[in-house]
Design a protein around this ligand. Structure first.
Ligand code: SF4
Length: 328
């Protein structure tokens, strides 16, 4: 798929399990939570890959593995063909940066803005004080803050401004790939739109690639070129945005779509309500992981896990309705 595009990062057959221990005194292993289960995909240079799913679907674990902050149980992540992990080359540490959900807790309240933005350059570069200041001022202008912000502290800024500062800190090392973990979900709706537009503007100006994680389909729709839908640690659907929204295949994606508010409240859309909670990853259902909540589940769904297959060009789906195992 996407033969002509340059692959920046590759995720291959990734699995991540966390052991579960029992007993107060003798902590015996009693099972394992499978947070990520056989996940493979590419990120292409210059694109925004939106990753959507409910809380507990594995998106944060995936982002931590991609940052080299947690090791995978099986499989691998490659960045520019080199394996990511504890011993990743220093170029990776500069070129892949993360933007966090909470602009309040991700900035050190004891540091002024100059020190916060300077910190990554102090650790990863040998730039002179003048060079560092020039780069800080350049980034500050890009994110829309004035020079007088430099000597102030995080508590003096609004939520949107703090997120701009978090973006500046991530950009100061001139990264290529930004992993954005729910970067607007803690912000007011009006501020969300401004920050999403800033992400788009920065992408064009600085030739950035994004993995953009969200639980909000309208946010993903606004920013993404391709969209990947995850459920219980597996990919359910992966497609270019136009195909995913124009020809939604997976019942779980349809349910997420129907939760997007319509601009005109007079208009009504047939809603697919998701019943019940996400099953426990400690004890996932047999067969398709979505079968306990799926309005289209059939007998085969309760026994066999559907593989992720290409249903149309560049449009992948894991569902028996398209695998030939059940009637569509
Ligand atoms: Fe629903 Fe079956 Fe498709 Fe799973 S495989 S999404 S249960 S129809």
């Amino acid at each position: 798929m996407n033969e002509n595009k340059e692959v920046l990062a590759e995720v291959k057959n990734l699995r991540k399990s966390f052991p579960v221990n029992k007993g107060m005194l003798w902590r015996r292993r009693s099972g394992a939570v499978r947070a990520i289960n056989d996940v493979s995909f590419n990120i292409y240079k210059g694109e925004t890959l939106g990753l959507i799913g409910e809380s507990g679907c594995g998106k944060t674990t995936l982002s931590r593995i991609m940052m080299g902050l947690t090791d995978a149980t099986e499989g691998e992540v490659l960045y520019k063909g080199q394996q990511v992990g504890a011993g990743a080359p220093s170029a990776f540490r500069k070129e892949v940066q993360m933007i966090f959900q909470d602009p309040y807790s991700s900035l050190d309240p004891r540091m002024n803005i100059r020190r916060i933005i300077e910190e990554p350059m102090r650790i990863h570069t040998k730039l002179s004080a003048r060079q560092k200041l020039d780069r800080i001022l350049f980034i500050l202008e890009k994110i829309g803050l004035d020079e007088d912000a430099l000597e102030r502290f995080p508590h003096e800024f609004s939520g949107g401004q703090r997120q701009r500062i978090g973006i500046a800190r991530a950009l100061v090392l001139q990264p290529e790939l930004l992993i954005c973990d729910e970067p607007v979900s803690a912000l007011d709706m009006s501020v969300q739109a401004q920050i999403l537009n800033l992400f788009k503007q920065l992408q064009q100006e600085m030739k950035l690639t994004y993995l953009f994680i969200s639980h909000d389909m309208s946010v993903v729709k606004h920013v993404s070129d391709r969209v990947m839908v995850m459920y219980l640690g597996r990919i359910m659907e992966l497609a270019p945005k136009r195909k995913l929204f124009g020809n939604t295949l997976h019942p779980y994606t349809s349910a997420l779509m129907s939760a997007i508010p319509l601009p005109n409240p007079e208009l009504r859309r047939a809603r697919t309500l998701l019943e019940g909670d996400l099953p426990s990853p400690l004890n996932p259902p047999a067969g398709c992981p979505f079968q306990t909540r799926c309005p289209k589940a059939q007998a085969v769904c309760r026994t066999r896990m559907p593989a992720l297959q290409e249903a149309e060009k560049d449009h992948f789906v894991a569902c028996h309705l398209y695998s030939g195992e059940a009637g569509a």
